[in-house]
Design a protein around this ligand. Structure first.
Ligand SMILES: [Zn+2]
Length: 267
């Protein structure tokens, strides 16, 4: 299957290819991930996703921004004194873009080809990824993240972590660089970097780098978990339910009692 701008996010493409978000879905809850793939379940798109896409489209250029506006007319106020104007959160989006482009380092990091599709075989399966900014001449791959706060802390698996670990971005950057390396037959990988901008009233910004050890560790984890995920995806193994996520909550049937001391276990 040949991937294009139009079919990249289609169900057919997701069935044919593995992707980082699909991998993370399966890792979180196999039942929900499979229901999503089969078109039986979809998660409501949070507004914060749209802000990220708006910032991405604005940075990508006029054509991408026009297309985004056509697809999302709801970003403009439809009534009141501000009718026809950008809604407040998208005005903040403009401020975030300005913050990035006003900074010489961020601006330089955002130079390169935008939204580049890469497909390659990794650990026995075909993957698809989309690189926000691809600049092989400068030796880097950039992912643009719009975040609540750059130094925000999240509680995960019993410790405080940054947004990068909380949202699985080390894994994402590891897979992106490895796939790019494989597709182009390189011996060494390009440098993966995250350009982050915060949604605060005065946006903060950072260029975030990674170390080889952490990236390699994530690839090992992917290699470990992939056989099970593929078996579930192909219908060879039954999907397990996490009994915590939105999908599991919506399809849950009570089949017994739970002791009160068990309520906080495994969370
Ligand atoms: Zn679940």
């Amino acid at each position: 299957m040949k991937l294009t701008e139009e079919n990249y996010y289609s169900r057919e493409a997701n069935q044919h290819y593995m992707s980082v978000s699909q991998f993370k879905d399966f890792d979180k809850c196999e039942a929900a991930a499979l229901a999503k793939l089969n078109g039986e379940y979809s998660e409501p798109k949070a507004d914060c996703f749209l802000i990220g896409s708006y910032v991405g489209a604005t940075i990508e250029g006029d054509y991408a921004l026009q297309k985004f506006i056509e697809d999302h007319p709801e970003i403009f106020s439809s009534r009141g004194v501000n009718k026809g104007e950008l809604k407040a959160e998208y005005k903040l989006g403009d401020k975030m873009v300005e913050t990035l482009l006003d900074d010489p380092v961020c601006r330089q990091m955002l130079e390169g080809d935008k939204e580049v599709i890469v497909t390659a075989e990794l650990f026995g399966v075909l993957w698809k990824v989309k690189l926000d900014v691809y600049n092989p001449d400068e030796g880097r791959i950039i992912d643009l993240k719009t975040v609540k706060g750059i130094h925000e802390r999240y509680w995960k698996n019993g410790k405080w972590v940054s947004f990068v670990e909380n949202f699985g971005y080390v894994l994402q950057m590891a897979v992106y660089t490895e796939l790019e390396r494989i597709e182009h037959g390189r011996f060494t990988t390009l440098e993966p970097l995250i350009v982050a901008v915060s949604k605060e009233e005065t946006p903060d910004k950072a260029v975030i780098c990674f170390d080889e050890e952490s990236l390699n560790y994530e690839l090992l984890m992917v290699n470990d978990k992939l056989p099970r995920i593929i078996a579930v995806k192909e219908g060879i193994e039954e999907p397990k339910r996490c009994e915590r996520c939105r999908y599991c909550r919506s399809t849950k049937k009570i089949d017994g009692l739970i002791h009160y001391l068990e309520l906080t276990m495994g969370s």
